[in-house]
Design a protein around this ligand. Structure first.
Ligand SMILES: CC(C)=CCNc1ncnc2c1ncn2[C@@H]1O[C@H](COP(=O)(O)O)[C@@H](O)[C@H]1O
Length: 240
């Protein structure tokens, strides 16, 4: 399997049997400080590309959602409704639910943004992205998902979607971002997670009841858009 930039950053490196600590230190000294410049350049390029994005909603969801599935149709409907309401749609630029949301936005004449990530296998941005930025570092890309959006919507998804959902929740819970609705679209898929949070985490005292209120579960695209606009995600007339 091919390596990636993220993997090379996070690898501790193979220990040298003769001088394990010395070799590791030399490797880190030689490579890590220079990586900082590459990381910096990702932020510069990302900020530059996204600078004129007005009101936007980031949509997460499974890379494996197939085009013939109801979840894909929901993603297309969501992207269209967000575009009609004046929001740009930001996704991870990949296939599945990301493609669906980009497609809905693009077909409705809205702004369709994809923030791609380097993966160990070849992948290009989906064909419905009209503003695309490719990242090598997950953490730089994740900053863009939050910085340029006023709300998150999660379609059914796996670990990647959970990671993005819980990062968003933590940022809202710790007030790093404010007025940031998080909508879980697809009640059958998400209700179990909400029940577990309410039935296990709240009684255990690891989250508070008010934290649960940060999450909205619905099947309705119209309600999703309504939750987002009600939360005060402002749209300038010029972006419509
Ligand atoms: C077929 C396949 C696995 C392709 C992977 N290609 C991907 N391209 C872009 N973003 C991705 C990809 N996989 C995961 N992600 C990120 O993680 C989320 C989806 O992960 P998952 O499929 O739910 O866990 C997306 O919102 C996206 O931001």
């Amino acid at each position: 399997m091919e390596s990636t930039t993220d993997r090379r950053l996070l690898d501790t490196g193979d220990p040298d049997p003769v001088d394990p600590d010395g070799a590791r230190r030399a490797n880190r000294l030689e490579h890590d400080p220079w990586r900082v410049l590459r990381i910096q350049s990702e932020f510069v390029a990302g900020f530059d590309a996204m600078s004129d994005v007005a009101a936007a909603v980031t949509v997460f969801g499974s890379a494996r959602t197939t085009p013939d599935s109801p979840e894909y149709a929901l993603g297309v409907e969501l992207g269209g409704a967000l575009a009609a309401a004046g929001y740009a749609v930001i996704t991870g630029g990949g296939p599945g639910a990301m493609e669906a949301a980009n497609r809905g936005a693009a077909q409705a004449g809205g702004r369709s943004i994809g923030l791609g990530i380097e993966l160990p296998f070849e992948q290009s941005l989906n064909e419905w992205v009209d503003l695309g930025v490719n990242f090598r570092y997950f953490f730089a890309r994740k900053t863009m998902f939050v910085k340029y959006a006023q709300a998150f919507v999660c379609l059914p998804g796996g670990f990647g979607t959970m990671d993005e959902l819980f990062e968003a929740l933590t940022l809202v819970q710790t007030k790093k971002v404010t007025r940031f609705p998080i909508v879980l679209l697809g009640a059958d898929y998400w209700q179990g997670l909400l029940d577990w949070i309410t039935g296990t985490l709240v009684p255990a005292g690891t989250v508070s009841q008010s934290d649960v209120a940060l999450l909205h579960v619905t099947d309705s695209v119209a309600e999703t858009v309504e939750i987002i606009t009600r939360a005060g995600a402002h749209i300038e007339a010029s972006t419509r």
